[in-house]
Design a protein around this ligand. Structure first.
Ligand code: UTP
Length: 286
């Protein structure tokens, strides 16, 4: 069973400036919950009890967010607003150990993941990119952990994407289907449309064996001069089986304006406390 997760949150969030200037992109809320909390809840839900944030210096609000706030809790009790305590200090976080590792220079996702190696200490682990939000009956992480539990092999979540957007993603070359998943033959970071090995792209949820760290250390900078996790998975395939699971559910790329607004509307329509009014507002606007 997977007990540890890595959440890289040290990126610059360029696509979300100016919102991401003083507030980490991962702290932006979809309705009333920061993106990063959705990812932490998804991890805790499958039994993860140790979370490693890869963070940059100016993102201290993320650390604050997962600390117990006893001052506000006291005030809520004094004001008789005890129903908000669970939202302030969720019980599910009290059994989780949070680690914070600084990434001084933004050398890419692969570089960020490598910094977690001492805490991961030889265990398989989950990797969640909090700016990608998944919404399904069975969480994305749960869907891929089922494959990992069967195979003991690295497993990544994938989705089909429109070919005009394929150049934005890591793209897999699918091999045979076994264990209810696709065996990877190859993976390419951000290929040109004409070079893409398929229309199946990597999403922001992975379960990785610790062997990935050896590969992260060997590969050099790839696309955009950054250390890419995709390049390390590419060489990992030569050593171990790696599976991909086509994720069943909705996915929103909340690192882009379009995905962020889409997620907000979709989740608002699922929230029983506001959905009817939101429907009316949308009808009026349209
Ligand atoms: P993204 O590329 O989506 O995030 O990285 P970004 O770099 O912050 O966004 P833009 O492109 O500048 O708008 C995916 C995830 O990896 C983290 C990001 O914080 C995000 O959660 N990341 C990326 C790091 O932690 N370190 C890095 O060097 C790069």
């Amino acid at each position: 069973m997977i007990k540890k997760a890595v959440l890289p949150v040290a990126g610059l969030g360029t696509r979300f400036l100016p919102a991401s200037k003083a507030t980490p992109k991962e702290m932006l809320p979809i309705i009333d919950k920061p993106l990063v909390q959705y990812a932490v809840e998804e991890a805790v839900d499958i039994g993860i009890d140790e979370i490693v944030f890869i963070i940059s210096e100016d993102k201290y609000s993320i650390e604050r967010h997962f600390q117990k706030n006893t001052n506000i809790e006291k005030r809520l009790i004094e004001n008789g607003k005890t129903e908000f305590i669970e939202k302030l200090n969720p019980k599910i976080f009290s059994n989780v150990k949070f680690h914070y590792v600084n990434q001084d220079e933004q050398n890419g996702l692969g570089h960020a993941v490598l910094l977690a190696e001492p805490i991961i200490a030889g265990d398989p682990f989950a990797l969640l990119l909090p700016d990608e939000l998944f919404f399904a009956r069975e969480s994305c992480l749960n869907q891929i952990s089922e494959i990992f539990n069967k195979t003991n092999s690295s497993t990544i979540a994938v989705t089909k994407v429109d070919e005009k957007n394929i150049h934005k993603y890591g793209v897999i070359k699918p091999g045979k289907v076994e264990n209810n998943a696709i065996l990877l033959e190859d993976i390419v970071e951000k290929p040109l449309k004409e070079d893409a090995p398929s229309d199946i792209a990597v999403s922001g949820r992975y379960i990785l064996t610790p062997t990935i760290f050896n590969h992260l250390k060997k590969i050099g900078p790839g696309k955009s001069g950054e250390i890419q996790i995709t390049d390390a998975i590419k060489t990992l395939i030569n050593e171990e089986n790696v599976y991909a699971k086509i994720y069943e559910g909705e996915k929103f790329d909340c690192g882009s304006k379009l995905g962020f607004v889409h997620a907000t509307i979709a989740l608002a329509l699922k929230d029983p406390s506001i959905s009817e009014n939101i429907k009316k507002i949308i009808k009026e606007i349209v």
